[in-house]
Design a protein around this ligand. Structure first.
Ligand code: FES
Length: 74
């Protein structure tokens, strides 16, 4: 299923980039451009990253503010 229809990036591709070390939507964007056109997929990318694709999720699990990521992406 496509996450970013502007660039045809699938959820699987986002997860692969996350495995490769991209932990924020911005890093995903620099890896594959997803989120750099209309921006409507950024929240979906954040959701994928928040589902455990990225090691940083542990921070959120420990109760640290995950919303910092939103500000980072803005
Ligand atoms: S759907 Fe990803 S930038 Fe438009």
């Amino acid at each position: 299923m496509y996450v970013c229809s502007c660039f045809g990036i699938t959820e699987q591709q986002v997860k692969q980039h996350a495995d490769g070390g991209a932990c924020t939507p911005r890093q995903i964007a620099s890896a594959c451009k997803a989120g750099t056109d209309c921006g409507s997929c950024v929240r979906r990318i954040q959701a994928i990253l928040g589902r455990g694709a990225c090691p940083r999720r542990e921070l959120a699990d420990r109760g640290q503010p995950a919303l910092a990521e939103l500000e980072d992406a803005a």
